[in-house]
Design a protein around this ligand. Structure first.
Ligand code: TLP
Length: 345
């Protein structure tokens, strides 16, 4: 089976498991886990932030950040396809009491102009605009990226209006590689940023939220409130540290595999994709021309040995990752070609 459903499906390898077994641990709720502390400090320094906080998931990182930034009734400017809005079970409405003001980005990427136009004037009838959320890379946008310039122009605009910016950087290392820059540059002056280790970096679990020391002190309280205070959790941080040392540069291989998948898919009858837009590890393509909807396309392809995810009525997502080699992409392409031929008959 070639599993292209997500970069979350990777299995921790032997060396990563060894690192977990031998990790030094302590009670992290008491701040005493040395491996967690090392990971948090390392991430804060890599991202140019004051402090870091380990959380179990990307969703918790985002929701703790939002809870820390806003009050109930505040408004959050966000792309309409952002993970925080689309995939987090309305957590922001339930937990922080925020209202989203959804904007339509260019493949998920917002412009400072669109944000400026959406900021509300002081008015007793309107919710105050308090937070902008960005996503880099943008998942539903097809792994698109915010450049350093774009992020910086947004953070400058936001700070001039006293609005905070949170960056969902679940795949920020992918973005840095594609933009030929560093994750620190890509934060562009945001107030908080989260990074996931359980996506392209291949760890089994874990995200780190970074921000100023004061912000993280408050976020730590909310993490406890959310039930995310864990104890001898250095076992997990050890996998993340291993991933930082061994799985960052190799993301280039995933990007190369995704580019090849996209350019070959673009040649196939019935499939629509603009391959030049694929610059990281996410490939979204339209299957309307095959006469199948996304669900049937994915289901049928699965029976041939390639797993993908239906992403819209006629769009399908394939994601490259650590456990997919170039030869698997060749094989997947062969299977898809054969599958298209036989379903056209
Ligand atoms: N994305 C998952 C699914 O939830 C869609 C995937 O398979 O891509 N931010 C971004 C940009 C994400 O893509 C994800 C996960 C998250 C946050 C949430 O991370 P977790 O799953 O750790 O809560």
């Amino acid at each position: 089976m070639i599993d292209l459903r997500s970069d979350t499906v990777t299995m921790p390898g032997r060396a990563m498991r060894e690192a977990m077994v031998t990790a030094e641990v302590g009670d992290d709720v008491l701040g005493e886990d040395p491996t967690i502390n090392l990971l948090q400090d390392k991430m804060a320094s890599l991202l140019g932030q004051g402090a870091g906080l380990f959380v179990p998931s990307g969703t918790m990182a985002n929701q703790v950040a939002i809870k820390t930034h806003i009050q109930p009734g505040d408004e959050i400017l966000i792309d309409q396809d952002a993970h925080i809005y689309y995939y987090e079970c309305a957590a922001t409405a339930v937990i922080a009491g925020g209202q989203f003001h959804c904007l339509k980005g260019d493949n998920g990427i917002l412009s400072p102009e669109a944000i400026a136009a959406a900021i509300r004037p002081p008015d007793i009838h309107q919710p105050p605009s308090r937070l902008v959320c960005l996503e880099n890379t943008h998942n539903r946008g097809g792994g698109t990226i915010y450049t350093v310039e774009r992020t910086t122009s947004i953070t400058k605009l936001a700070s001039s209006q006293n609005i905070k910016v949170h960056l969902d950087g679940a795949r920020l290392f992918n973005a840095a590689l594609a933009a030929r820059t560093t994750v620190k540059e890509l934060t562009g002056g945001v107030d908080s940023v989260s990074i996931c280790f359980s996506k392209g970096l291949g760890a089994p679990v874990g995200s780190v939220l970074c921000g100023s020391a004061d912000f993280i002190a408050e976020a730590r309280r909310f993490r406890k409130m959310f039930g995310g205070g864990m104890r001898q959790v250095g076992i997990l941080a050890a996998a993340c540290l291993y991933a930082l040392d061994h799985h960052v540069e190799r993301l280039e291989e995933d990007h190369e595999n995704a580019r090849r998948l996209a350019s070959e898919l673009a040649q196939m009858d019935g499939i629509q994709i603009e391959p030049e837009q694929v610059i990281t590890n996410i490939v979204i393509f339209d299957v309307a021309g095959t006469g199948l909807d996304a669900g049937s396309f994915s289901d049928k392809l699965a029976t041939e040995g390639v797993l993908t995810i239906p992403f819209g009525p006629t769009t399908v997502r394939a994601v490259t990752h650590l456990d997919v080699r170039a030869a698997d992409i060749d094989r997947a392409l062969e299977i898809i070609r054969h599958f298209l031929k036989s379903s056209a008959r």
